[in-house]
Design a protein around this ligand. Structure first.
Ligand SMILES: Nc1ncnc2c1ncn2[C@@H]1O[C@H](COP(=O)(O)OP(=O)(O)OP(=O)(O)O)[C@@H](O)[C@H]1O
Ligand SMILES: [Mg+2]
Length: 260
């Protein structure tokens, strides 16, 4: 397993992400980091502005060709460029790419949601060559499917595919809530894969948290790997997500996840 950490940021505004980006830059000075971003809120804004209707199914945005054009433009054009620029502002050698660039992500279409794919393959050598030279890949969640069709990928899924493909020890899924909550609304320090499936089955975990928790489970394919779901807006969010077991929710095969 490698020391690589894969960090996924949700699709909030850049202003809300400056602090966590500074943390990404700090971690990247010590460990290889891959940043994957979403763009949910920004995409909704642009889809509305352009009058393209969309809906969600099981936390995934149903994507027709018109919505895909907007997704590609917003994710790769607007959000990715903004994040790369902001990281470069804080001295981080960030390189933007989408899952289409260099054939980074291979996808398989998910039935009934249009041009949406799940990650089935990662071109690891491309990321390794960037990481070895001290660069921070910033990945927009798009992929080509087996037929060469460009698809939208849920960003949690893209991050998990990359984490599994690299054998990353830690996957941090930054979001807008403090972690996974139980039916009473209390944050859980840690959950096992079995507990996660039970919470999805009984509806306690719903909406965008479903693909997130499933992504966490994918990243656990490697023995000893852990995935952490945490609030990006909290002070020292990334440092605490990586090293403080009382912060966020750890998904791991161990019942008592130790500090990193
Ligand atoms: N059991 C649960 N615990 C915590 N949050 C939950 C739960 N069930 C559903 N949610 C919802 O999941 C949301 C997080 O997923 P969401 O997809 O909205 O954000 P994101 O993945 O961080 O951003 P983006 O999709 O733009 O990348 C929370 O804001 C909350 O409303
Ligand atoms: Mg989401």
């Amino acid at each position: 397993m490698s020391e690589v950490v894969v960090v996924k940021l949700g699709g909030t505004t850049l202003a809300e992400q400056r602090q966590v980006l500074a943390e990404v830059a700090a971690v990247a000075r010590k460990r290889p980091v891959v940043l994957v971003h979403g763009g949910g809120k920004r995409m909704t804004e642009w889809l509305e502005r352009l009058g393209v209707p969309t809906r969600f199914e099981g936390g995934l945005r149903v994507t027709d060709p018109a919505a895909l054009e907007v997704a590609a433009a917003v994710l790769r054009g607007v959000v990715n460029s903004e994040l790369v620029a902001a990281l470069r502002d804080v001295g981080c050698d960030a390189v933007g790419l989408s899952g289409v660039d260099g054939g980074l992500l291979i996808g398989q279409r998910i039935p009934d949601v249009g041009l949406v794919a799940t990650v089935t393959g990662v071109r690891r050598d491309l990321l390794d060559s960037l990481l070895v030279s001290g660069q921070v890949p910033v990945v927009a969640p798009l992929a080509r499917d087996e037929e060469g069709v460009v698809c939208n990928v849920n960003a949690d899924d893209a991050a998990a595919g990359i984490a599994a493909g690299l054998g990353a020890r830690q996957l941090v899924l930054m979001t807008d809530v403090d972690g996974v909550r139980d039916a009473a609304g209390n944050r859980l320090d840690s959950i096992t894969p079995e507990e996660a499936e039970a919470l999805i089955a009984d509806g306690t975990i719903s909406g965008g948290m479903v693909p997130k928790v499933r992504a966490a489970l994918v990243a656990l394919a490697w023995e000893g790997a852990e995935a952490i779901i945490a609030d990006a807006a909290a002070p020292d969010a990334l440092a605490r997500a990586l090293g403080d077991p009382s912060f966020g929710t750890r998904v791991s095969t161990r019942t008592h996840a130790g500090a990193a």
